[in-house]
Design a protein around this ligand. Structure first.
Ligand SMILES: Nc1ncnc2c1ncn2[C@@H]1O[C@H](COP(=O)(O)OP(=O)(O)OP(=O)(O)O)[C@@H](O)[C@H]1O
Ligand SMILES: [Mg+2]
Length: 355
C-alpha cells in the first residue's frame, strides 16, 4: 500500500531563522525519494513537517490527495525511523515491535500476526526474546524498522537511519532497505547527507541547500545534468572549468569558452543570450576526457599526481593558471608525473552551469 505525497509552499521559520523556504515537492505513490543535502539545509525540518511532529509556518501537505496539514501525526498513515533507534531498553524485541499496536488496542491475534510478519521481513524472527542491549547496532536498526513497518504505513519517513552504523554494515543495510521498499510497496522519503547512499537507493533525489530545494531529479539527472554549481559539486566528482565566452566560434559554429588550459567547445550552440566576454562555468566529469598528444586537444595540462583507486586510475592535471583537473585514465595507458598531455572529449558529455 502506498500513497502520493505533496507539499505545497511548505515553510518553516523559527523566529528570525528560516529553516525551510517555501517548498513544493511531489513524491509519487510507491516512489523512493531521498532528501540529500549538507548539514542544516532543512532536510529534517521538511521530513518532520510531513510527519506532523513540526507545524509549518505556512503552506500545505497532502497525502493521497487529503489535506493533512493540521492532522495529528498518528492519523496520517505515516511511519518514521530515526538515526537513534529509540528502542525501549526494558522491553524484549517482540514487545518493542508490538508496543504501538497494543496501544491501539489491536486484537491479540492481529498483533501476533503483524509482529511475526514484521520480524520476518527484517530477518529477525529468531531474536524476538532478546533485549535491545543484546543486539548489535545493525540488529537494533532492523528492529526499529520492524517497529515502523508493523503498522503497514503507506508513507515511510526515514531520517538518516543508517547514520550510526559503520561503512560495511551501512552498505549491507542499504541493500536491505531497497529490498524492504520493494516488498512493502510503500512510499519512502529518506534523509541522508551521503551522496553515494542517495545515488544507490533512490528513484529520485531532492537536493537541498540553504533551506531550499536546489534540484529534484533521478540520480542520472543530477549526475549528468546538474542545474547549478552547488549540485555539480555535491554529487559525484566534478571539474569546473571557468572562462569567458570567446568572440569567435569553433569550426562547426559552436560557442567556445576561453579557459586557462585552452579553447574549449561548449555543449550548446549559443551560451544563452550571454554576450561575448561573459563568465561561464563548464562541468567536466572525470570520465569524459581522453588523453591525447599535447596541442592536439582542447586544452593542455601537466600531470601532477596519479592515484590508483581500484576500479581505475585518476590522473590529476595542473593547468596554466594552477587550477587542477581530475581525469579518469584507462588501464593500459601509463602516463607519468611531469608529462604534458592534451585532453579531448565529447562536448555533449559536459554541462554549462548557471553562473
Ligand atoms: N527547533 C529549532 N529552533 C531553531 N532553529 C532550528 C530548529 N530546528 C532546526 N533549526 C534550524 O533550521 C535549519 C535546518 O535544520 P534541519 O535540522 O532541518 O537541518 P538538516 O538538513 O536536517 O541537517 P543535519 O544534516 O545536520 O541533520 C538549521 O539552520 C537549524 O539550526
Ligand atoms: Mg537532520
Amino acid at each position: 500500500m502506498s500513497a502520493k505525497l505533496e507539499t505545497i509552499g511548505i515553510t518553516k521559520s523559527y523566529g528570525e531563522t528560516v529553516a525551510l523556504q517555501p517548498s513544493d515537492l511531489i513524491v509519487q505513490a510507491g516512489e523512493f525519494l531521498t532528501l540529500l543535502g549538507p548539514s542544516g539545509s532543512g532536510k529534517t525540518t521538511l521530513l518532520q513537517m510531513i510527519s506532523g511532529l513540526v507545524a509549518p509556518t505556512a503552506g500545505r501537505i497532502e497525502i493521497a490527495g487529503r489535506d493533512v496539514t493540521h492532522m495529528e501525526p498518528g492519523k496520517r498513515g505515516i511511519g518514521m525511523v530515526f538515526q537513534s533507534y529509540a528502542l525501549f531498553p526494558h522491553m524484549s524485541v517482540w514487545d518493542n515491535v508490538a508496543y504501538g499496536l497494543r496501544m491501539r488496542r489491536t486484537s491479540r491475534e492481529d498483533v501476533k500476526r503483524a509482529v511475526n510478519d514484521a520480524l520476518a521481513m527484517v530477518r529477525m524472527s529468531d531474536y524476538a526474546k532478546r533485549y535491545p542491549k543484546e543486539l548489535s547496532g545493525g540488529q537494533q536498526q532492523r528492529i526499529a524498522l520492524a517497529r515502523c513497518f508493523v503498522y503497514r504505513p503507506s508513507v515511510i519517513l526515514l531520517d538518516e537511519p543508517l547514520g550510526a552504523l559503520d561503512k560495511k554494515l551501512r552498505e549491507h543495510m542499504q541493500a536491505e532497505i531497497r529490498r524492504l521498499h520493494k516488498e512493502l510497496g510503500a512510499t519512502f522519503v529518506y534523509v541522508t547527507h551521503d551522496q553515494d547512499e542517495a545515488l544507490t537507493l533512490s528513484d529520485r533525489i531532492c537536493l537541498m541547500n540553504q533551506a531550499r530545494i536546489e534540484q529534484v531529479g533521478t540520480p542520472v539527472d543530477l549526475y549528468d545534468r546538474p542545474a547549478t554549481r552547488f549540485a555539480a559539486g555535491f554529487i559525484g566528482h566534478s571539474n569546473l572549468l571557468e572562462g569567458a565566452l570567446d568572440h569567435a566560434r569553433g569550426p562547426s559554429g559552436e560557442a567556445i569558452l576561453l579557459t586557462a588550459g585552452g579553447r574549449v567547445p561548449l555543449p550548446v550552440p549559443h551560451a544563452g543570450a550571454a554576450a561575448p566576454g561573459a563568465k561561464h562555468c563548464l562541468l567536466v566529469r572525470p570520465e569524459a576526457p581522453r588523453l591525447v598528444e599535447p596541442k592536439s586537444g582542447f586544452l593542455d595540462g601537466t600531470i601532477s599526481d596519479i592515484v590508483f583507486i581500484g576500479s581505475d586510475t585518476r590522473v590529476q592535471l595542473t593547468l596554466g593558471d594552477g587550477s587542477h583537473l581530475s581525469v579518469r585514465c584507462e588501464r593500459g595507458l601509463s602516463p607519468c608525473v611531469g608529462d604534458t598531455v592534451g585532453l579531448v572529449w565529447d562536448p555533449h558529455r559536459t554541462t554549462l552551469l548557471r553562473a
